[in-house]
Design a protein. Structure first.
Length: 238
């Protein structure tokens, strides 16, 4: 594995305790019936055979579901992008953050997970409840054609092709780095999210050029913010 500029020690400097503000009341929350209806529709649209899920970010290192097989896969026509504006989870109202989604264009190398045999609607519903919680996000859940070493198949993807309110598309990496180096919410920091994603992609032998450059920029940004700690020898760079 390549040596990352963004180290656990630098990531630790970004952590702070933040209270969970709860759901944003300006979004329309999904209820039980909504989840069940959406899960049934996606199940009807699914291919025959097992259920596959496409992971490109946190689902790689924190899947929160049981799987029986995993392998590398590529989604063409999409790329990773820190384009979701957040004021919760890994951001706050005082210091909003950014989360990853798939934005149109390019290619995305990721990992697909095969779920155990079971009732597809129930399996999909559990995934939906982990990934989304409002009506405005429903359109970001879709079946993605992906290519594997064994051939092509379709996998369920989350946060795919979001546009409009709540998104900041096509941001320069320098701007994203400024946000990730400062944002933190009740589940952790933006720097931690980036570190875990790049680190686990490296374990799979997946080299995302933009994310690799981004982790270097975030590392430099953290050093500039915490320059005093560095000057007094409390932390040494890589």
């Amino acid at each position: 594995m390549r040596l990352m500029s963004l180290t656990p020690e630098l990531v630790a400097l970004c952590h702070r305790e933040e209270a969970d503000p709860g759901p944003d009341g300006s979004w329309t929350q999904l209820n039980d019936e909504d989840f069940q209806t959406l899960a049934a529709r996606l199940s009807d649209e699914a291919d025959a055979g097992p259920l596959w899920v496409f992971a490109y970010g946190s689902l790689i290192w924190k899947p929160a579901f049981e799987s029986v097989e995993r392998q590398r896969a590529t989604a063409f026509g999409w790329h990773r992008s820190f384009c979701l504006d957040i004021a919760r989870w890994r951001g706050s109202a005082a210091q909003p953050g950014l989360m990853m989604a798939l934005e149109r264009g390019g290619r995305c190398d990721g990992v697909i997970y095969r779920l155990p045999e079971g009732e597809k609607p129930l399996q999909i519903e559990r995934l939906l409840r982990r990934e989304i919680d409002d009506h405005e996000s429903v359109g970001s859940v879709r079946w993605l054609p992906v290519r594997t070493a064994q051939g092509s198949l379709r996998a369920l993807g989350f946060w795919v092709g979001m546009t409009g309110r709540g998104t900041s598309l096509n941001q320069p990496l320098e701007r994203v780095a400024q946000v990730l180096a400062r944002a933190c919410g009740h589940v952790g920091s933006g720097a931690e999210y980036l570190y875990n994603t790049v680190h686990h992609l490296e374990e799979f032998g997946i080299r995302d050029r933009n994310l690799w450059r981004l982790q270097e920029l975030v590392a430099n940004e953290i050093r500039s913010i915490h320059v005093h700690a560095l000057d007094v020898g409390l932390l040494s760079g890589p």
